[in-house]
Design a protein around this ligand. Structure first.
Ligand SMILES: Cc1cc2nc3c(=O)[nH]c(=O)nc-3n(C[C@H](O)[C@H](O)[C@H](O)COP(=O)(O)OP(=O)(O)OC[C@H]3O[C@@H](n4cnc5c(N)ncnc54)[C@H](O)[C@@H]3O)c2cc1C
Ligand code: SF4
Length: 336
């Protein structure tokens, strides 16, 4: 009899796992709580490192689903183990499966928590995710008044590497996202001055260092320093105070838009599913695998696997690679 795998989450991790398990001949049910597939990637405009349109990646994964049964608008609220199988409760219906893959992803750090930065208080303080939406809708950033910005500051590490908000870890993708977005601003509005305030620049992936060089060559200014506070001034502009930690001098600057590079936080609903299944969370609140080096997709509960950003911050390439590995591990488990 064909075995059934339930995949929770229709982001790139869930879509790639479904595609692989489908082609291995399993019956796959993919649960996605929002009404569209693609997860966070569907909310981005162009991707680092090569500025490809995110919609291309999402469509190619969505179109290659074969016989996957896709249930959108369907939130999985609990998962229970019963006689070696799993009962998945979603929108008041129960579904049975032989194995479960958690691909529930991440949440953006709620920038309001850094009250001193002014998100939710000042209309021209936005997040990196808001800026992606501006690029999708208008191809360029604009002030809330509709005016063209002439000076923009990007603030790195918002809700990452910050003990005060209980996010001590690095979110990995926000340095390169800031550099990519800074280049896009320069391309859309060449006379706009662009500043990146960073703690360290973590350009770990292929092509990332090239983007950094490109940003410098296009006139983006990098200042090593952390924002201490923002305040609103005339015309809805924003005054920021920071310390230039290389020059050891305090710095005050007024800008038209502040972009907060929000980190990747653990998904809150996922901790409930993890508790149902007796899974452990790691110190940062993401789902822990049994062995970080040799078993990164298996959990301590037999038949339950994890993949993608619900295990920690990751870019799309690493997420898709993890999803392929997860499919193979599920196959090995079900064919034992
Ligand atoms: C601002 C920003 C820009 C980025 N830009 C890039 C880039 O240019 N290039 C790149 O390589 N990476 C980029 N990334 C990283 C990229 O977004 C992640 O690698 C990717 O989203 C991880 O995919 P995922 O499927 O694991 O998680 P997600 O995208 O979070 O998808 C998880 C899905 O699970 C669903 N879900 C959660 N809980 C349930 C439930 N209980 N029931 C049903 N469904 C559920 C969610 O609705 C969501 O659709 C960026 C990240 C950020 C923050
Ligand atoms: S990737 Fe860069 S911006 Fe993001 S948390 Fe790490 S150091 Fe900070």
């Amino acid at each position: 009899m064909t075995k059934t795998v339930a995949i929770i989450g229709g982001g790139v991790a869930g879509l790639e796992t479904a595609k692989q398990l489908n082609s291995l001949g399993y019956s796959v049910k993919l649960f996605e709580k929002s009404n569209t597939l693609g997860g966070h990637v569907a909310k981005w405009d162009r991707l680092f490192p090569n500025k490809r349109h995110a919609s291309e990646v999402v469509s190619s994964l969505t179109l290659s689903q074969g016989n996957t049964q896709t249930l959108v608008g369907t939130t999985v609220s609990s998962i229970k183990r019963q006689h070696g199988n799993f009962i998945i409760s979603a929108n008041s219906n129960n579904h049975e499966a032989d194995a479960v893959v958690l691909a529930t992803g991440f949440e953006l750090f709620p920038a309001e928590k850094k009250e001193e930065y002014g998100y939710g208080l000042f209309e021209n303080v936005i997040t990196s995710a808001d800026l992606e939406q501006m690029f999708i809708k208008h191809g360029k950033p604009a002030m809330a008044s509709g005016h063209k910005p002439v000076r923009i500051a990007f603030i790195h590490c918002v809700g990452s590497r910050d003990e005060k908000v209980n996010r001590p870890y690095c979110s990995k993708v926000c340095c390169v996202t800031a550099v990519k977005q800074a280049i896009e601003v320069k391309e859309a509005i060449p006379n706009c001055e662009v500043f990146c305030f960073y703690m360290d620049l973590r350009m770990f992936g292929p092509g990332y260092e090239d983007l950094y060089k490109e940003a410098q060559s296009k006139g983006v200014t990098f200042i090593r320093g952390r924002l201490s506070e923002s305040s609103e001034i005339e015309g809805g502009r924003v005054q920021i105070k920071a310390e230039d930690t290389l020059a050891s001098t305090p710095l005050k600057m007024s800008v038209d838009i502040v972009v907060l590079m929000v980190g990747m936080s653990p998904q809150l609903d996922t901790s409930k599913l993890a508790a149902d299944l007796g899974l452990s969370l790691n110190a940062d609140g993401f789902i822990a695998a049994t062995d970080l080096h040799t078993n990164p997709t298996e959990t301590t509960t037999k038949g339950v696997f994890v993949t993608g950003a619900c295990t920690g911050p990751n870019n799309i390439t690493d997420t898709v690679n993890a999803a392929k590995a997860t499919a193979l591990d599920v196959h090995n488990y079900l064919s034992r």
